[in-house]
Design a protein. Structure first.
Length: 519
């Protein structure tokens, strides 16, 4: 599965807004147990120049993200994209339009609290009790500045045109910093910005209310925030679902997206042609180092890499001398060292001309070695000569998932196989007697998941980088891995597939829905 989701471990809304009496403010109130998070700026409500603000604090379990990386479930830094996602909560109050929200790293530890009241702000954090609010981060510590303490960088923003959008921001650099801190332990100083105190979400300075005050107006214990670039227009109110929501797919998450698809050309190995580009003539061959059913790095080291050689063959065994081929730089070689793509998985990119085989020896066999010792002989490869077509291929397919079960447990991690053939495959009598329909390898295809009862899209097609929903392929056809804990139990779901169409340069979704239930 190329999406991993990490639900928030703590969240809270803090505010300096007036209660309904317009006399006292909710600076001491806590809303840590509410199922809603809220951001707003109200100008001129109590007086002609009064400013009322609301901000969000939210934190995620970075230790679990690091654990997944240590276990090999999450690729190394630089490969995954971490998206901060909060989901719009519809409400009966006014929703602002055309504003910008800012996401910053909180620079001090804070406590979530157990307050619920988001209207009258009656859940006040008394002295010595637990929970953050507008002026205090915890029972033992006040904020240095009213409204919370935040690092000046990095800062991420998102524009909301209608005000009804979800929040989705790439926060990868900051998450990677926090993962590093988890590795380092407590060696990083709090001021370094590397400790995980979570995110602060608020309107940018241009949209929070205008207020002109002295520098002292920013110190803890005060209400207003000095902001001479602020707005005299109100932005009331943007709401998101909090981690306590009853709606499974509306919980705030950090979503790790990455492309771990495997494009193994063992079953569709093309010989080079002058009609193709240098990229198109390359074929990928993979080596999988399984030990007792689990992928392991060679010799337990990520730096240990195998080498590959090619031999021609008249059957399934290597024959004769090793054959020459081209490496990724298009230089002639007799062997290359593979690259490590993931734990225990190694890839070699090869181009081969038609002279690599002959009429007597029409097949290839790959032989892998490590430290001079041959450790694996691959299955036979049947090279294919590229033939240009004078017409557009039919891009309609018949798809099936023969191994799909009716039910799965939320603990299951399944490798699914997809069978494909051309839709208008029409065998003659000889083909019926001798052959079964060819299982086509879809070179570029994608999947998404919907909840059947309401067509809710649980996992979308990841067409853009990172292409997190692409199917892999090997000698047996297309496949993908999927973790059922991504889905809420008790519902029926369905897989939908899209296939890339070279003619239109776009993915075309196929008219099939493969249903299953999670229990």
């Amino acid at each position: 599965m190329t999406i991993l989701r990490y639900t928030a471990s703590a969240d809270n809304t803090i505010t300096n807004a007036y209660n309904s009496s317009l006399v006292s403010r909710g600076t001491g109130s806590n809303m840590g147990a509410s199922d809603i998070l809220e951001v707003f700026s109200i100008y001129g409500n109590a007086t002609t120049t009064s400013v009322e603000l609301s901000r969000i604090l939210i934190q995620f379990p970075i230790d679990k993200i690091k654990e997944d990386r240590d276990l090999g479930n999450l690729p190394a830094a630089g490969k995954p994209t971490f998206k901060l996602k909060l989901y719009n909560a519809p409400h009966y109050q006014a929703t602002p339009r055309n504003f910008v929200l800012q996401v910053s790293a909180v620079s001090a530890s804070w406590q979530e609290g157990a307050g619920l009241d988001m209207e009258g702000y009656s859940d006040v954090v008394a002295s010595g009790s637990h929970g953050s609010n507008w002026v205090t981060a915890s029972s033992h510590q006040a904020w240095n500045k009213a409204g919370g303490d935040y690092h000046s960088s990095p800062v991420y923003t998102q524009t909301f045109k209608t005000g009804l959008e979800d929040l989705s921001i790439d926060v990868s650099p900051l998450v990677e910093q926090w993962i590093t801190t988890e590795t380092d332990g407590t060696t990083a100083a709090p001021s370094s910005g590397k400790r995980n105190y979570g995110f602060g979400i608020r309107l940018t300075n241009d949209y929070e209310g205008y207020f002109s005050g002295s520098t002292d107006a920013e110190m803890s214990g005060t209400v207003n925030i000095h902001n001479i670039t602020g707005s005299t227009k109100s932005y009331y109110t943007k709401k998101f679902f909090a981690r306590g929501t009853e709606f499974f797919y509306k919980q705030p998450v950090i979503e790790a997206q990455f492309d771990d698809s495997i494009k193994d050309n063992r079953g569709n190995f093309y010989l080079s042609s002058s009609l193709l580009t240098s990229t198109e003539i390359m074929n990928n061959l993979y080596f999988y180092n399984y030990y007792r059913g689990k992928l392991r790095d060679i010799a337990g080291k990520s730096t240990a890499l195998p080498q590959i050689r090619l031999y021609y063959s008249s059957g399934s065994k290597p024959e004769g001398e090793r054959r020459g081929f081209l490496n990724s730089s298009l230089s002639p070689v007799h062997h290359i060292t593979a690259s490590r793509t993931a734990t225990g998985i190694y890839k070699a990119s090869i181009a081969a001309s038609s002279s690599i085989i002959s009429t007597t020896y029409p097949y290839l066999v790959d032989v892998w070695s490590f430290l001079g010792e041959e450790v694996l002989t691959g299955s036979v490869i049947t090279p294919i000569k590229y033939r240009p077509s004078s017409f557009q291929d039919n891009n309609d397919y018949v798809l099936s998932m023969p191994g799909l079960k009716k039910e799965y447990s939320k603990r299951d991690n399944i490798r699914f196989r997809l069978y494909a053939r051309q839709k208008n495959w029409s065998p003659n009598i000889y083909n019926v007697a001798k052959n079964k329909p060819q299982n086509l390898t879809l070179v570029s295809s994608s999947y998404r998941v919907i909840r059947v009862i309401d067509d809710l899209e649980v996992s979308s097609h990841g067409y853009a980088d990172p292409k997190y929903s692409l199917l892999s392929h090997d000698v047996s056809g297309n496949f993908f891995n999927f973790k059922m804990n991504l889905l809420e139990p008790g519902y029926q779901y369905g897989f939908k597939f899209s296939v890339y169409d070279d003619y239109s340069n776009s993915f075309v979704e196929q008219p099939y829905l493969f249903k299953f239930r999670v229990v």
